[in-house]
Design a protein around this ligand. Sequence first.
Ligand code: SF4
Ligand code: SF4
Length: 432
Amino acid sequence: MSSYELGKGIEMSTNPLLSEATITAPAEGQDDLSPGNPANDGADDRAVVRASDPNDERGTDRAALRAALKPLVLKGPAYRARRARIENLRLGVQLASLAVIVWIGWQFTRWVFALQAGRLEGTRPPGIEGFLPISALLTFRHWLETGEVSRVHPAGFVILGLVVATGLLLKKAFCSWLCPIGTLSESLAAIGRNLFAPLLRRMRAPRVRLPRWADLPLRSIKYLLLAFFVYAIFVKMTPRDVALFLGSPYNKVADVKMMLFFAQISTLALKTLVVLIGLSIVVPYFWCRYLCPYGALLGVTSLLSPLKITRTPKNCIDCGLCAKACPSNLAVDRATRVSSDECFGCLSCVAACPVPSALAVETPAPWRRAVRPTVFAALVVVLFFGGINAARLAGYWRTEISEQEYLRRVQEVNAPKYSHARGSVPEYGRGD
Ligand code: SF4
Ligand code: SF4
C-alpha cells in the first residue's frame, strides 16, 4: 500500500493488488486524521474507492490515478473552509429563526399574563399561530370549500401554506433551516454524539442508528398521525363542523390555551416531554424522524420538489463522506439523485463532499443547474419570511379578534365553552 498527499489533510493511498484507493479527508476543525477521531461525526473519514470508479481500474498507473483525482479533491484548509462556510450558513439561519421564535414566545407569554391580571399590555404576536397546526388545517379546508380565509387565526393558515410551499420547492428545508424543534433535535443529537463518542468510535459509526426492522415501522408513525388528522378534518368533519370550530370560543383562545398547557404542565405531559428529550439524545432526530406529522406532510410534498441533492458519478471519488454526514442515514454516495422523503435539505452531505463538482443541489434534467448553498439558503429565507411579509401587506396576518375581546375571554378561559372533545366544540350563541 502506498500513499499520496493530495493536499494538507487529504491523503490517498492505493493498494495495487486490490485495485482500491483510500481517501482520507479531515472533518471541520480536525487536523488529526487518525481513524475514529470523534470530531468528525464520531467516525473516521476513511472510505474505499471501489474498483468501479472510472479512475480506479485494475492496473491503473498510480501517477495517473493521482493526477486524475488531484484536481477534483479540495485540499485540507480549502475543504475545511468550505465545509465550515456551508455549516455556518445553516447554523446562522437556524439561530436567527430560533431568536425570532423565542421573541414571539416571550412577547406572547407577557401579553397573556398581563391579560390574566386584567391589563392590556404589549401586543399579541400573530406568529404564535404557527403553533396551531390543527386550526390552520381547518382554516385550509374552509378556504378550499368557501374561498374565504377565516380571520380568527389567519397567520396560522399563512404559515402552514408557506411550510408546504418550502416542501414543494426545497425538500424538507423548513425542518433543517427554520423549525425550532428541528434545531432543538439537532442540539440533542449533538449532545448524544458527545456522550456516546467512545461507543461510536468502537462501532465505527457516525451516530446511533436503529436497526432497519425497527426504523422502518417507527418512521411510519408520523404518516399514521398525519393520516389521522387528515381523516378527522377532511373526512369526518362536515363543513358545518368546520365552520362551527373556527368561530368557536375554544378556537379563539386556542393559542392562550396552548401557552397555559405548557405554563401549567401536568405531570404526565412533563414525563412525556422528558422521555422524548431522552430518546432524542440516544436516537438522533427521534421526534422529527418518527413522530412529527408536520415532517410527514413535508415528506410527502418534498417528493415533488424540483431541487434535489444530485451526485455526479464521474466526478465522485466514492469516499462516502456524504453518507456519513447525512443525519437521515441516506446512502447519498450510492444515489444519483436523492428523492427520499427523509431528505431534510440540510446540505450536510454537500458540505462534507471534498469534490464540489460531485455533489450539489440541482434542478431536474434536462436543465441540470447546480444551486449554490448561499442561493439555497436565500431561497429558504426569502420564500418563508417574504411570504409572511406579503401576507401582512395583503391583510392576511392579524386576527380579527380585538384586544378587548381577548381580555374578556382570557378572564373566563377555564369555562366549559372553551373546551372541545376530539375536535367537536360545544354549541355556542352569538354572544359567546
Ligand atoms: S441527503 Fe444531504 S441534504 Fe438530504 S438529509 Fe442527507 S445530508 Fe441532508
Ligand atoms: S459525492 Fe459523496 S462519495 Fe462522492 S466524492 Fe462527494 S462525498 Fe465522496
